[in-house]
Design a protein around this ligand. Structure first.
Ligand SMILES: CC(C)(COP(=O)(O)OP(=O)(O)OC[C@H]1O[C@@H](n2cnc3c(N)ncnc32)[C@H](O)[C@@H]1OP(=O)(O)O)[C@@H](O)C(=O)NCCC(=O)NCCS
Length: 171
């Protein structure tokens, strides 16, 4: 039997709660490094709390090894959610955990009546998961972003037409 077959994993996806805060901080620090707080999306997240009911962790035998957070935003005329940070511990990469966390978060946002899920990220990773490019420069972030990396899963009608203007935290 190869050693591959002896590896045991017991992955469970859970809604985030306050007990996960410290380990999520460590996972994000490991994934993004010290510059993470200066990114434009991070500045939106500093404006107000994320929505724990739409934020998820993945645990392996009880140890939290990945996280995705969702923050309520008003993006132009769209009441949506900003997805991120998304991070998976290096020990658990390339097993579909990141993809599954994105899928779960987007489905939860749809159930909650969100109009769109927006993020700043790599198109080759997110576009196969249902994300589309936002028109270049349509959204103004509180800091510089690469306009080619602003992506959206439109949920409500006419989302692309209404995604014009400032993006910021909302109640
Ligand atoms: C990006 C990240 C969340 C992916 O999580 P993961 O659980 O390893 O990813 P999955 O198993 O769901 O998907 C793996 C696939 O995505 C690809 N992939 C990973 N990062 C990618 C990227 N930035 N751009 C394009 N493809 C990427 C892998 O090559 C792999 O491709 P394959 O299925 O053809 O082999 C994880 O690598 C991570 O935490 N990275 C550091 C933080 C980060 O960059 N977060 C995303 C911010 S935009």
């Amino acid at each position: 039997m190869s050693s591959q077959l002896l590896l045991k994993h017991n992955l469970v996806y859970l809604t985030e709660d306050a007990s996960h805060d410290d380990v999520i901080e460590l996972i994000n620090a490991e994934a993004f490094g010290p510059g993470r707080h200066t990114r434009a999306a991070a500045r939106i997240r500093e404006q107000g709390a994320h929505d724990r009911s739409l934020s998820f962790v993945c645990t392996d035998d009880g140890e939290t090894i990945a996280s995705v957070r969702m923050t309520p935003v008003l993006a132009g005329g769209v009441k949506g959610h900003l997805l991120g940070p998304l991070a998976v511990r290096p020990s658990h990469k390339n097993r579909g955990i990141g993809r599954e966390l994105v899928r779960i978060a987007v489905e939860a946002a749809k159930r909650k009546g969100s109009e769109a899920v927006i993020l700043v990220g790599d198109p080759p990773y997110y576009m196969p998961l249902g994300f589309e490019k936002v028109a270049y420069g349509a959204l103004q972030f509180p800091g510089p972003v690469d306009p080619g990396r602003v992506l959206v899963v439109p949920i409500a009608a006419d989302v692309h037409a209404r995604l014009k203007g400032v993006i910021g935290w909302r109640e």
